[in-house]
Design a protein around this ligand. Structure first.
Ligand SMILES: [Zn+2]
Length: 175
């Protein structure tokens, strides 16, 4: 049976936006993220994080730096009894021809293949239009952008819904 999933962008959705974040001390969870994830989990969603990390290609930090922050972050979720099924990252830069850097849908499609995800029943929560484009290209119609990260060009967004933060998604995702 295919599973349904909530795809979360990381920077600006899970944690406060910091340019090229790679230190644990700079990592600050956004208010309500644990609450929302517990809620999604109780509704039967798997939670998957998909994140562009071009700071690796730009040599602002290393793959290993990224992995250290990721392990720490996943531990914080674990302490709250939240299971993050998978976290995918694109380490490439804007000039790369990779198929994973959002707005390309590669990370979503990879997760779909690995975990047998029903994209029609899944949601994407991001803070940039590239998140919406990538999700739509991967077959996810349910898209939410949150204002807790980058400024959104709201009149020109293809997102279904734009909310102040992930806390409010509970009113939208109800089954
Ligand atoms: Zn990539």
């Amino acid at each position: 049976m295919p599973i349904k999933a909530i795809f979360l962008d990381r920077d600006g959705v899970v944690n406060k936006e910091v340019n090229y974040l790679f230190k644990i001390e700079d990592f600050e969870f956004i208010d309500g993220i644990f609450d929302a994830c517990l809620y999604f989990q109780n509704l039967g969603y798997a939670i998957i994080i998909v994140t562009n990390q071009s700071g690796i290609a730009r040599k602002y930090y290393t793959e290993n730096d990224y992995q250290i922050v990721t392990k720490w972050m996943l531990d914080q979720f674990k302490y709250k009894n939240i299971n993050i099924l998978d976290i995918l990252h694109c380490p490439h830069g804007p000039d790369s021809t990779c198929d994973c850097r959002k707005p390309k849908p590669g990370m979503f499609l990879k997760a779909k293949a690995i975990h047998n995800i029903d994209m029609e029943k899944s949601w994407m929560i991001g803070d940039k239009e590239i998140d919406t484009i990538a999700a739509n290209s991967a077959g996810i119609d349910n898209t939410i952008l949150v204002r807790s990260g980058h400024r959104i060009d709201e009149p020109n967004s293809n997102a279904n819904i734009i909310l102040d933060s992930i806390l409010q998604t509970k009113q939208i995702i109800t089954e």
